[in-house]
Design a protein around this ligand. Structure first.
Ligand code: GLU
Ligand code: ZN
Length: 299
């Protein structure tokens, strides 16, 4: 059965850009008569203000985005991540790493071209660390190109050894890496299609690589264009994106539907939320934003 999801990190309230990805994945799932799950990606407690999850869920409800089944929380799924690490360990695909960022820099690491940070120079791969209470855990990659055909952004490829090198799946502070968690969750929750923001395009090859190594079915991917503020920056908390105003859901939905290139009329913002959503389920077309990696908005 078609299963999609929206997977917000509770680092703050939803903004217009997150409404767009929530809406796109919701409409697609409803159109496919499938399921739409919501997973709270609360992997990084220090970055999660208290109450953010409740605010996000309140916004989804206010905008008529009702999820199926129970919510899931990454903070409660550690056993699954640990088990995946164990499987990778038995296959010789991971190793402990004690390097700090500074040590990685000092070892002459260079920035990868896809903006994923420094390419890990392989220090601990070649010389395993001696005793450490809490090493990080790194996933080995090869000099091999990972390819996928994104439903919206077309064919993509990345050589992991040139983009990031061996990457952390568990940090030294014990937190699980996002790549590991998202890959395990999408597979175990039976997600058939991942619709999310195009800012995650360059991270996707790592998810595919992990899926391959863990023997998971790889979902389809569709990366929706990200919303930029008038200065051309991705809407985000760092760039001061406004929280969605839950008292104006119809106007927000109309703007998000316009972003998704649906033929919305201005009068629709006076319709009840449930009617806007019904209209959108009928009229949505994932392909309408094909090839668009970002769009500016006045939000
Ligand atoms: N939690 C991620 C975020 O809020 C999204 C991850 C995903 O959709 O795969 O940016
Ligand atoms: Zn190391």
């Amino acid at each position: 059965m078609y299963t999609g999801r929206f997977a917000p990190s509770p680092t703050g309230p939803l903004h217009f850009g997150s409404l767009v990805t929530a809406l796109a994945s919701f409409l697609r799932a409803r159109q496919k008569k499938g399921r739409w799950l919501v997973r709270i990606e609360d992997l990084d407690p220090p970055r999660e203000p208290r109450g953010a999850t409740e605010i996000i869920l309140g916004s989804l409800i206010a905008h008529g985005l009702d999820w199926d089944g129970d919510l899931s929380f990454q903070s409660k799924r550690s056993a699954h991540y640990q088990q995946a690490i164990e499987q990778l360990r038995l296959d010789g695909l991971v190793y402990p790493c004690t390097c700090s960022r500074k040590q990685i820099k000092d070892a002459g690491a260079k920035e990868g071209k896809d903006g994923l940070g420094l390419i890990y120079p392989g220090t601990c791969r070649h010389a395993p660390p001696t005793q450490s209470d809490s090493p990080g855990i790194r996933m080995r990659v090869n000099d091999e190109v990972i390819r996928f055909d994104d439903l919206l952004q077309g064919p993509r490829e990345q050589n992991l050894s040139k983009a990031s090198g061996d990457f952390l799946i568990r940090r030294r502070d014990g937190l699980f890496g996002y790549a590991l968690a998202v890959t395990v969750d999408d597979a175990l929750q039976g997600i058939t299609e991942v619709i999310r923001g195009a800012d995650l395009l360059t991270e996707t090859p790592r998810h595919i690589y992990l899926s391959q190594k863990l023997g998971f079915t790889i979902p389809e991917y569709a990366h929706v264009g990200v919303a930029l503020n008038p200065a051309g920056q991705k809407l985000s908390k760092q760039h001061g994106a406004k929280a969605l105003d839950d008292s104006r859901p119809a106007q927000n939905l109309v703007a998000a539907l316009r972003f998704l290139r649906l033929p919305v009329e201005n009068e629709m913002s006076r319709m009840p939320v449930s009617e806007i959503i019904d209209w959108a389920i009928t009229n949505f077309s994932l392909d309408a934003t094909k090839g668009i990696e970002s769009q500016r908005v006045n939000f």
